[in-house]
Write a protein that binds this ligand. Structure first.
Ligand SMILES: O=P(O)(O)O[C@@H]1C[C@H](O)[C@@H](CO)O1
Length: 296
C-alpha cells in the first residue's frame, strides 16, 4: 500500500548532500520537464549532469521522452536544476518516490519550482500546440486517498494540513502572460485547470465527458503530486501544460491519441516553451537566501 511507505528526512538529506558534494551549483530554481520537453535543460550554461541511476536514492525513469538525467547549470544569472524526465505513478512508483526530488531540491536551497507537462485538452477553445498556464488543479488520485502527503507528517518539511488554494503563484502567472505578449506568442497562451488521472491509458469518451463537465481544461498523468509536495514545503510554484492533443469527447470522432503524437507536439513547440521558461527565470525575483531553508 502506498501510504505505508516512508522516506526519512535523513534519506532526502543524504541525496541532497551527495549532489552538493558532486556539483558546485546551488540551484535557486528547479524545472521538471514534461514528456517531450527535456530540451528545457539545453539552455543551461556550465552544465553538470547526473544520470538518475548514479544518484543515491533516486528512482529511475522508464518512459520514452524522459531521459532520466538531472542537469545543473546557470540560466540568465540564476542557478538552476532541471529534471530531464519525471516519475509517474503508473510506472509503479509510489507517490512518495515520484515526488522524492522535490524535497531534495528544497534541502539544496531551491525556492521556486517550475513544472511542465504534456496534456490533453477538454476546454472547447484549446488547440494542440497551445500552452496552458496552470491556475489550479484537481487531484483525482487524491480524492480516493492517493496523496504523497499520506502517512506520518514530517513537520520539518511542512504542516499536517497544508492549504492548496493558492499553490500556483499569481505573480509568476501574470509575468508569463506579460512575457508571452512581448515575445509575440500571446495567441498560444491559455490559462486553466489541470486534472491528474492515474493513467497509463488515455481517457475513454465517457471519462472525457465527465472531466469536461467538471470544469477540467486539460488532463494529464503527473505534476499534481510534485506541486502538492512543493507547496507543503513552502516552494513557490509555476506550472504549464503543453496541449498535445484534444481529448476525444465524441463517439463520432475517429481521432485517437498516442504517445508518439504527444512527443511530436513537444518537439514542434519546444522553442516557444523554452523561450517562455528562459524569460521567466531571467525576470523572476529570487530572495537570494543562498542555500538557506527551513526544512533542514
Ligand atoms: O510527464 P508528462 O505528464 O508530461 O507525460 C504525459 C502523461 C503521460 O506520461 C504521457 C502520455 O503521452 O505524457
Amino acid at each position: 500500500m502506498h501510504s505505508k511507505e516512508q522516506i526519512s528526512h535523513d534519506e532526502y538529506q543524504t541525496t541532497a548532500d551527495w549532489l552538493m558534494s558532486q556539483t558546485k551549483h546551488r540551484p535557486q530554481v528547479a524545472i521538471i520537464c514534461g514528456s517531450g520537453l527535456g530540451m528545457l535543460a539545453d539552455s543551461l550554461k556550465c552544465q553538470n549532469s547526473f544520470a538518475y541511476s548514479d544518484i543515491p536514492g533516486f528512482p529511475q525513469s522508464t518512459v520514452q521522452g524522459h531521459a532520466g538525467r538531472l542537469v545543473f547549470g546557470d540560466l540568465k544569472g540564476k542557478s538552476c536544476v532541471c529534471m530531464q524526465g519525471r516519475f509517474h505513478m503508473y510506472e509503479g512508483h509510489s507517490l512518495l518516490k515520484t515526488t522524492f526530488p522535490v524535497r531534495v531540491f528544497k534541502l539544496m536551497g531551491v525556492e521556486t519550482l517550475i513544472v511542465t507537462n504534456a496534456a490533453g485538452s477538454l476546454a472547447d477553445g484549446f488547440q494542440p500546440g497551445d500552452i496552458m498556464i496552470i491556475k489550479d488543479h484537481i487531484n483525482f488520485p487524491g480524492l480516493v486517498g492517493l496523496n504523497p502527503l499520506c502517512g506520518p507528517n514530517d513537520e520539518k518539511f511542512g504542516p499536517r494540513f497544508p492549504a492548496m488554494s493558492d499553490c500556483y503563484d499569481k505573480g509568476l502567472r501574470c509575468l508569463v502572460m506579460e512575457i508571452a505578449k512581448q515575445i509575440g506568442v500571446a495567441g498560444l497562451l491559455q490559462e486553466g485547470v489541470y486534472a491528474m488521472v492515474g493513467g497509463p491509458n488515455f481517457e475513454t469518451i465517457a471519462e472525457a465527458r465527465l472531466l469536461h463537465r467538471l470544469g477540467v481544461d486539460a488532463v494529464g498523468m503527473s505534476t499534481v503530486p510534485e506541486v502538492i509536495v512543493a507547496t507543503h514545503c513552502g516552494l513557490r510554484v509555476f506550472g504549464l501544460s503543453l496541449i498535445t492533443n484534444k481529448v476525444v469527447k465524441s463517439y463520432e470522432d475517429s481521432d485517437s491519441v498516442n504517445h508518439d503524437g504527444v512527443l511530436e507536439v513537444g518537439r514542434l513547440r519546444s522553442q516557444t516553451v523554452q523561450q517562455l521558461v528562459t524569460e521567466l527565470i531571467s525576470r523572476m525575483e529570487i530572495n537570494n537566501n543562498e542555500n538557506s531553508n527551513n526544512a533542514s
